[in-house]
Write a protein that binds this ligand. Structure first.
Ligand code: SF4
Ligand code: FE
Length: 490
């Protein structure tokens, strides 16, 4: 089997096999103005691949979280490829996401695919029921094969969008939203670009979906389909991340040398997709519904940030220990505040999972209101948790000399003496935890912990629109009227 084509072949059973599956694909990948021949071996890209690899290596005690019995194949499959069959399945997703956030301290990239799979499963069922199309059967056949091979699926929803005041069909350039540029007897040809694509280069498949409500005449933009990452015509331009080039210098100054996230601009330059992998083509009236279903899953998936928050709280507590002040009342209070904010994120996410409902297709979907409240918390609380971590770290988090200075034969001993905290803690340990706090609050993993928390799965206003719609103010007014002794209106 060619490494570039995982549409057939043996299942991936470990992180090593996952790494092997990525090699030799000859993708068109650019980073910092250079073509990357083999992303797996690139020191700046590799930490993001390690984070996905961690999803293949669950510890024995985490196996029930990491895998589930597939309703499609009857076999145990990776939970990132599993259709949620119950509220317990949704809850297990949330628990798994927090656990992986704890273990990697970054974005492990696979939730977008998991959420897209679940949203498309129910949506294709509904489209077929309304329009007599064959999408659901196609989708199930594709998903069963992907489950058996245990592949990584990326979800590609966010278009580059051009002039934000104009809809896709009104743009000066018609390619600013991914569209069907040509219909052939055997499939469709895609043109356009998707922005901020989490883990795109580290995936085997991309699930392309429309990203907003469409007008009836915008049928070329109503396309959902599965595209192999190695398909001809795809170009990936990786986003720059704060301090990413520190990975070229050593490990200490990186803060978290093993794990990082990844986002890419993905350009579709006339990518052919055969009919059997097209799951929506022209049914504009279902585009908004698909976005809402996907975001109901994905906005609650941001409980991953509670796992990353656990790491940051731990780092803040460690630096307080190293500074000799773990019992100072203001230190304890700040750690309590961080914990309160972090658990509030988790509480709404896991509540959204608990209060899920079944779809007509048979899988389960989280509660939309609570999922959006969860993500709204995530747009704010990590920033406050990060501020408190920097408060506890002190100014050294941004004034610390480099690893090269710490290990320098002349200046190193001076740094070891003067930058020590508690006498019994090695200076290098203080350096390492300060670098981890820097990594999470303004370095490479602040991309995921802060700005992705703000904009990922929709910027804050997108959640407020759904919260307003789901709030049912009339029902709440009726409650108030009843207790206030005001007769019902009408
Ligand atoms: Fe998953 Fe969180 Fe990364 Fe989104 S940001 S893919 S929810 S780990
Ligand atoms: Fe995301």
């Amino acid at each position: 089997m060619a490494a570039s084509d995982r549409s057939i072949g043996a299942p991936i059973r470990s992180s090593e096999e996952y790494l092997a599956s990525l090699r030799g694909r000859r993708l068109t990948v650019y980073l910092s103005g250079k073509r990357v021949e083999e992303p797996v071996d690139h020191p700046v890209i590799r930490p993001s691949i390690n984070a996905v690899a961690a999803t293949y290596d669950a510890a024995p005690e985490d196996l029930d979280l990491a895998t589930a019995e597939s309703g499609l194949t009857g076999e145990r499959v990776n939970r990132f490829l599993h259709l949620a069959g119950s509220p317990a399945d949704l809850v297990a997703q949330s628990q798994m996401q927090r656990r992986l956030g704890q273990l990697t301290g970054t974005c492990f990239q696979r939730c977008v695919g998991m959420d897209a799979i679940n949203a498309l499963f129910s949506l294709t069922f509904d489209v077929d029921a309304a329009r007599g199309t064959p999408y659901h059967t196609r989708f199930v056949a594709w998903l069963a094969a992907v489950q058996r091979q245990n592949l990584v699926v990326g979800g590609a929803m966010t278009d580059v969008k051009g002039d934000r005041s104009q809809s896709p069909g009104q743009q000066a350039d018609p390619d600013l939203f991914v569209r069907v540029a040509e219909r052939r007897p055997d499939g469709v040809v895609l043109r356009g670009a998707k922005a901020h694509q989490t883990g795109a280069v580290n995936s085997h498949w991309l699930l392309v979906m429309p990203g907003l409500r469409l007008q009836p005449e915008e049928h070329d933009y109503a396309v959902a389909c599965a595209v192999p990452v190695a398909a001809p015509g795809l170009t990936f331009v990786l986003g720059r991340q704060s301090s990413d080039s520190r990975s070229l210098e050593g490990d200490l100054d990186v803060g978290n040398a093993r794990f990082a996230g990844q986002e890419a601009l993905v350009v579709f330059d006339d990518v052919f997709v055969p009919h059997e992998r097209v799951f929506l083509d022209g049914e504009t009236e279902f585009a908004a519904d698909l976005v809402e279903r996907f975001t109901a899953y994905h906005r609650r998936s941001y409980v991953c940030k509670a796992g990353v928050g656990d790491v940051l709280i731990g780092a803040a507590a460690l630096i307080a220990d190293y500074h000799g002040v773990p019992e100072a009342s203001h230190v304890r209070d700040k750690l309590v505040e961080m914990g309160h904010l972090n658990e509030t994120i988790y509480a709404t996410g896991i509540a959204a999972s608990h209060q899920g409902h079944p779809t007509a297709a048979g899988n389960w979907e989280p509660d939309h209101l609570l999922a959006n409240v969860c993500k709204q918390h995530v747009t704010r609380f990590p920033y406050e948790i990060a501020r408190l971590a920097q408060d506890l770290a002190g100014g050294a988090v941004v004034t610390l000399p480099s690893e090269q200075d710490l290990h320098h034969p002349e200046v190193g001993p001076l740094l070891d003496k003067y930058l020590r905290g508690r006498a019994d803690v090695p200076t290098e340990h203080r350096f390492r935890v300060l670098r981890l706090i820097e990594n999470l609050t303004l370095g490479r993993n602040a991309v995921g912990y802060l700005t992705e928390s703000l904009h990922g799965a929709g910027s804050p206003q997108a959640q407020r629109v759904v919260i307003r719609r789901q709030l049912d103010l009339e029902a709440r007014k009726a409650l108030a009227r009843r207790l206030a002794g005001i007769p019902p209106e009408g």
